[in-house]
Ligand binder design. Sequence first.
Ligand code: URA
Length: 174
Amino acid sequence: KTRINVVFGDGNPNAEVMFIGEGPGQTEDETGKPFVGRAGQLLDKMLAGVGLSRDNIYIANIVKCRPPQNRDPLPAEQEACIEWLRNQVSLIRPKIIVFLGRISAMKLMKPDFKVTKEHGQFFEKNGVLMMGTFHPAALLRSPGNKPDAFEDFRKLRDKISEICENTEIESFEN
Ligand code: URA
């Protein structure tokens, strides 16, 4: 009832790597695009830090409309939206899914996922490798976790080099 725009998803429809967040914030609600506010800018920096960009990933959220005051999406709201996301995953057919934050990792990867203990670990589910890491908005509030988050992105880069065929990683060597 309170949304301005539906935030469906964005990025490369042929991506081998998909990122899944929680739900749109204010800037996303205003623009209709996922991860374009401050958290999104930090995500872009972390991607760039390992030679990736939005051009070679697809990004979507569990819920497609901004929860009022950015509260956590309610279980009923997650249920109402989840089929859209499942269909997005079926269409994109990613080799790797990265969950940004506990809420999305618990919903689709591991119901008891603990971000502080299990971030950066790859789990295989239905032939897809999945990994949960810190939500960039949480990193803005707790910057002490940034080195761990960057390490997760380096693990992601190494996994991409190992198993992805069409994802170009920019090299910094030259
Ligand atoms: N946080 C999210 O989880 N998703 C967005 O799109 C923006 C912020």
